[in-house]
Design a protein around this ligand. Sequence first.
Ligand code: UDP
Ligand code: MG
Length: 330
Amino acid sequence: MARPCVLYIIIPCYNEESVLPITAPVFLRRIQEMTERGLISDDSRILFVNDGSRDETWRIISDLAEKDRHYIGISQSRNRGHQNAVLAGLMEAKDRCDITISIDCDGQDDPNAMDEMVKKYQEGCEVVYGVRSSRETDTFFKRTTAEAFYHLLSWMGVEVVFNHADYRLLSNRVLNELQNFREVNIYLRGMIPLIGFRSAQVPYERHERAAGKSHYPLSKMLGLAFDGITSLSVRPIRMIAAFGMLVSVFSFCLIVWSIVQYFVGNTVPGWASLCAIVCFVGGIQLVSLGIIGEYIGKIYLETKARPRYIISERTYEKKVSEETEAKEEL
Ligand code: UDP
Ligand code: MG
């Protein structure tokens, strides 16, 4: 049987004083249950990341940490947003555990899906995405905007898992690769698929918030959507270039048309030449912008200094690990 792995549950918290006392014991129970079933080791932890809360959140986390050794916490110096809070937790846990599961602290994501996630990991998956099986508890507005956003993202060339938010299992190996993505504007949902490795999906029910209210009003949701597109896709720039080409073709037709009109005698003096010049310059400008944009896009991608390759298997490393495993068994 597989060795029980050390799991760190990463939980970002921002002004969650009303919800933490309700959900923290739920996560602890999950750790205990999974430990009893031999799925995870007793060294597993619940790591709260306080994202610069202005209420009693940090005090609650500190109290929890004193009560039970399974609770631990870190606090960010100021509010940095959900994605950065999750990343901070993942990087903190990286060298202490075999796997992490990130989950919101508001009880919306069903923590019972964790067993299935760990099992998938034991079957050899390095990434396990929690996927909402239904969005009935979301308002009609949130559901339609969110689904439209997934479609827009994939049309922009960003690979995302449909109906997956930030409830996911990552293996230690993936965390080590994630560390090499040095970009500042992060959108984890788009970055994790870039890392690759074997992955699986686990469906779960999305519930109502246990208490408190959402920190994602429309403005923040639009901000996240915009970040997601601009930090993972240069397609908007390409669209300018394509538009430039289109305008140039259109201008060329207009130029031909105005010259024909000139010869037919349908014009006042100067009109045809003026029309031709305006069209020509307009087209040239947009195409030039597009070409410059293409270079800017390249510079943008280069500045991220993302890893150029990630190796998933090595024949010789496998042999070494098999040998050490065999030795351990002896
Ligand atoms: N969160 C955070 N920093 C922020 C906003 C939110 O760490 O600036 C956390 C929050 O405490 C929660 C998770 O991110 O655990 C998701 O936020 P929320 O439930 O408000 O969003 P929704 O589920 O409504 O999209
Ligand atoms: Mg929520």
